[in-house]
Design a protein around this ligand. Structure first.
Ligand code: ZN
Ligand code: ZN
Length: 505
């Protein structure tokens, strides 16, 4: 299988697809998959653009909207992670991943998918120590502070990725794993980017959580972007004899090294040459088993560790995976349920005073959370913040069939939508009645917010305060049901000590 890897896209989709086209012609090959390592800029319109953290002079709608509106179709299956320049409101609608346009799939805050059996893991955002332990409290419209913090990596997503077992073929991150420069041509890197010298010498360049993941997951390949230069490295893992090939690429600019094509053996082949995109069962089981660890508070929140009494290893057993597999009807195919929920940018109809839009709950996430029986952190954050949930609905007007599934037969992906009425929907999280019982984040003093002893009111358990609701956690083999109100003490904080902030590229 031919895989093209791209560094930062910075909204230049048209140029990237043109480049792919010309490589295909010149090399007489067909590229099956494009992986993009963030700064994707999936801005659908000028309102989305307002949610992107970028100086005004760089605010440019670029070309994604053409693929969103249907004016153009992505010529190759495109899978991407988020970086630090994104339509954050839109990506937040898809915390567990989903289609942002036909044939363009976002991996979520963290995610694992299989493409023709090739196992690909991704982590979105960049690492900043001061936000790492916070919950996912942000939603649009953002303040200047939350516009930035929204794309900072959180501990839960890293913790979840660390539970993976077996072989990972490809890992994608936006920022580089810390220390990676020690395994490649460091001198050349410093010549090309002299301002990295200090950070390299003081071991501050790159992401510590990514360094951990690199050592634990030991993927065959690791792709990254963010630092806007090409860099290759070879990392040997001594205990296992495995080796990770690392490759960072530049951003999409003329004469820059932003794209690389690799040939990787498919694990599975389809008869018709179609590309098979599937969920990873182990990953879905980890999401299911760790749903109770979601926090949407801005205060610090720690993952369980070996010193506590509760479960802290969530690498699923075969029984647990079977339980989730059965829930999904033994069907791991990622549904082609893209739907358009806002008007795409129209160059002839310019809004001269665009404002950040209100956060919306995406039908794709509703369906995913319902199927798996987990919670959408964006819905939770809005409820805790005392906001009404706004469910986006399709602009295309197609319907679900009786079984609630997207009907492939009467619509193609471009024009169809999986519309789930909020009224019809069974909720894992009961909405929005118990708000009054919850200490709203805004009403807490800074001291209270930072208090480690404060009872965690993880909104995953909001449902328990309402008789009609079903607890989020299901009783399954080897999974101890936990009390709804729990405390997370400082446990793993030493792992990531406060580090100085780096400039956000
Ligand atoms: Zn970046
Ligand atoms: Zn970038």
């Amino acid at each position: 299988m031919k895989i093209a890897v791209e560094g930062c896209a910075h909204g230049e989709l048209e140029k990237i697809y043109d480049t792919i086209e010309s490589i295909q012609k010149a090399e007489k090959i067909k590229i099956d998959l494009l992986l993009c390592c963030g700064d994707f800029q999936s801005t659908r319109n000028l309102e989305d653009l307002e949610t992107m953290a970028v100086p005004k002079k760089y605010m440019d709608i670029c070309t994604f909207y053409k693929y969103y509106s249907g004016e153009k179709i992505a010529p190759v299956l495109t899978i991407f992670i988020g970086g630090n320049h994104e339509a954050s409101n839109y990506l937040q609608e898809l915390p567990y991943g989903g289609w942002v346009a036909p044939n363009i799939y976002y991996m979520g805050y963290a995610g694992v998918v299989k493409v023709n059996g090739i196992r690909i893991a991704g982590l979105s955002g960049i690492y900043k120590s001061h936000d790492f332990f916070r919950g996912r409290h942000e939603f649009s419209p953002y303040s200047e502070a939350t516009k930035k913090s929204v794309y900072h990596v959180r501990q839960l997503d890293v913790f979840r990725l660390k539970q993976l077992s077996g072989t990972i073929d490809i890992c994608m991150s936006h920022d580089w794993p810390k220390g990676i420069y020690n395994y490649g041509n460091k001198a050349q890197l410093v010549r090309f980017k002299p301002h990295f010298k200090d950070e390299i010498e003081t071991e501050r360049l790159g992401s510590r959580p990514c360094e951990d993941l690199l050592n634990i997951l030991q993927p065959s390949l690791w792709f990254a972007a963010h630092l806007h230069c090409k860099f290759a490295a070879l990392v040997p893992h001594e205990e296992t004899g495995r080796v990770t090939k690392f490759l960072a690429l530049d951003k999409c600019l003329p004469k820059r090294r932003f794209l690389q094509v690799l040939d990787i053996d498919s694990v599975e082949h389809t008869d018709d040459g179609e590309i098979k995109l599937e969920y990873d069962l182990e990953w879905l089981t980890i999401l299911f088993l760790t749903n109770h660890l979601i926090s949407v508070k801005s205060s610090h929140h720690y993952m369980p560790g070996p010193n506590g009494s509760e479960r802290y290893i969530f690498t699923p057993t075969d029984e647990e995976k079977e339980h989730v597999h059965k829930k999904l009807g033994y069907d791991l195919k990622i549904p082609e349920n893209f739907c358009r929920t806002v008007e795409a940018f129209n160059p002839n109809d310019i809004n001269t005073n665009p404002q950040q839009p209100k956060s919306q709950i995406n039908p794709q996430s509703l369906q995913f959370c319902d199927n798996l029986g987990i919670d959408d952190p964006l819905s939770m954050a809005m409820i805790v913040g005392g906001h009404e949930l706004s469910h986006s609905s399709t602009l295309d007007g197609s319907d679900l069939n009786d079984s609630g599934q997207f009907d492939q037969s009467n619509a193609d992906m471009n024009s169809s939508c999986d519309t789930i009425s909020p009224l019809k929907r069974k909720s894992n999280l009961c909405l929005p009645k118990p708000v009054g019982d919850l200490p709203a984040e805004a009403s807490l003093t800074a001291e209270q917010r930072d208090s480690e002893e404060m009872t965690d009111i993880s909104p995953a358990f909001i449902s328990l305060t309402d008789d009609q609701c079903v607890p989020v956690i299901e009783e399954i083999p080897n999974l101890n049901a936990k009390p709804p109100m729990k405390k997370f003490k400082r446990r793993n904080e030493d792992i990531y000590k406060t580090e100085e902030d780096e400039e956000e590229l």
